[in-house]
Design a protein around this ligand. Structure first.
Ligand code: ADP
Ligand code: MG
Length: 446
């Protein structure tokens, strides 16, 4: 148990502090609420008790509420005199208000340094950066929304890390809406609502992740609303994330919605090819630390960026698996290996292109109305795009010819077949058509 706890402390205090101060501690026992650690020197014992005892106590306490105090015993020395936790007995102090909530630790990988910026997320990134500076509050709340795996949590942690570095004086609290609800219910049950309110109203920056979770949970929403208002009134920064825009969260009270909308609302768009490639390249750099001499063929990253869905988590998972697999079997990462190793992921993320999408893209491309393309007009300027669209439907969807015909104003399957053949011929003879097809195909597969 101490081993696991040490790993959490490592994250919190950083590798250097950890190696110097935490690693040498040996857990001895827990008696009458006093957790005793063996330490090699008096100096180390004093230093740890002065600087880290709050933290250690807080961690221990959150696992086992019996723990009330720490004690350090010097064992390498002949005098095994306990170094009673230093004056003025910092360990007797209650963990600070916010830490009493035992908020989830921040992920050390989620910083601005590791966040790859592209068109789809540049606005969200810029807004997050601004809030992370810890200057005067300009937009409140900052509301980040977007589909799963697009980097909302990453950005929120990055803000928290940045604030901790730049403004250690600020009380920053990050938690998920689920944790908010859990604390709230717990406070109700333990009749500690006063404490709960006090803690939440004393933070300087409040971040609530995945706020859609409280939709439909009336009393939690109520409390959230009050907390929110109290903080905004004190001009404290609030940062919220959700999987959709405030107005689109069902079962959320109107007043909560409008409150959420009154700051800056920015969305993280689905990733595009360039962003996916950028993310893959940066993740490869990170994988290189673990696998310094794995060979990676050209084209593999481009292939993955093309083929894997917009969810960055899936993309990351695929890359991690690929490197682990290649190093296990001792092979280079080639296209073949990639396709073997990721067959299931690739299949699952095959994008389903619809007939409607094709029709829309083609009519936009040729600058004609959708209704004209689908309708009965036989003019060449409509008929040709119509045939192109039919051809693409045959190539890119699994629809049969009769099904395609039906979606083009109830045309017969032989008409579709004729159109498809015609385009196949033209593709060989007409450079312009070939180019159009290539452009359209790429736009549709992006
Ligand atoms: P969300 O909270 O929006 O569901 P996360 O923030 O948890 O998504 O992101 C999922 C994973 O993808 C995380 O490992 C995160 O580091 C990574 N990720 C997402 N966007 C980016 C990005 N732009 N650059 C680097 N990594 C990213
Ligand atoms: Mg998230």
């Amino acid at each position: 148990q101490w081993g696991e706890l040490r790993q959490r402390l490592r994250k919190t205090v950083g590798q250097n502090n950890y190696v110097t101060w935490i690693e040498p501690l040996k857990f001895r026992d827990l008696l009458d609420g006093v957790a005793t650690f063996d330490v090699p020197t008096t100096f180390l014992g004093n230093y740890v008790s002065q600087n880290f005892s709050d933290l250690i106590l807080h961690e221990l306490h959150s696992r086992n509420s019996d723990v009330r105090r720490l004690s350090f015993k010097v064992v390498a020395n002949s005098d095994a005199r306990p170094v009673e936790a230093a004056k003025p007995q910092p360990v007797e102090r209650k963990p600070s208000a916010v830490s009493a909530l035992n908020p989830a630790p921040l992920d050390s990988r989620f910083t601005f340094d590791t966040f790859v910026v592209g068109k789809p997320n540049e606005l969200a990134h810029a807004a997050a950066k601004r809030v992370g500076e810890g200057g005067p509050v300009t937009f409140n709340p900052l509301f980040l929304y977007g589909g799963v795996g697009l980097g909302k949590t990453h950005l929120m942690h990055a803000i928290a890390w940045e604030l901790q570095a730049r403004r250690p004086d600020l009380n920053v609290l990050y938690l998920s809406a689920e944790q908010f609800m859990y604390r709230f219910v717990q406070a109700l049950r333990d009749r500690k609502m006063m404490d709960f309110k006090e803690i939440f109203r004393s933070v300087d920056v409040l971040m609530v992740d995945d706020v859609q979770f409280i939709a439909g949970k009336d009393s939690t929403q109520e409390e959230f609303f009050h907390t929110f208002n109290a903080l905004v009134d004190q001009n404290k920064q609030i940062i919220i994330s959700a999987d959709r825009a405030p107005g689109e969260i069902k079962d959320l009270e109107e007043r909560v919605k409008s409150r959420l909308q009154c700051g800056l609302v920015v969305d993280l768009h689905p990733t595009d090819y360039e962003l996916r490639l950028g993310i893959l390249q940066s993740k490869v750099e990170q994988q290189r630390v673990t696998y310094p001499d794995l060979k990676l063929d050209d084209g593999v990253l481009e292939f993955l960026a093309h083929r894997i869905s917009t969810n960055v988590r899936v993309l990351e998972g695929a890359l991690t698996r690929l490197f682990a697999f290649a190093s296990l079997v001792g092979r280079e990462i080639t296209m073949d290996l990639t396709q073997d190793c990721l067959a299931d992921v690739l299949r699952a993320s095959e994008r389903k292109i619809t007939v409607e999408e094709i029709q829309r893209k083609v009519s936009e491309h040729y600058n004609i109305r959708l209704s004209d393309m689908i309708g009965p007009k036989r003019l060449r300027s409509y008929a040709r795009p119509r045939q192109v669209a039919m051809y693409l439907c045959k190539q890119l969807t699994s629809r049969s010819l009769p099904e395609i015909g039906r979606r083009f104003g109830g045309r017969d399957h032989t008409t579709v077949m004729h159109g498809v053949r015609r385009i196949e011929e033209l593709k060989q003879q007409d450079g312009q058509i070939a180019e159009d097809l290539e452009l359209l195909r790429r736009a549709l597969e992006a």
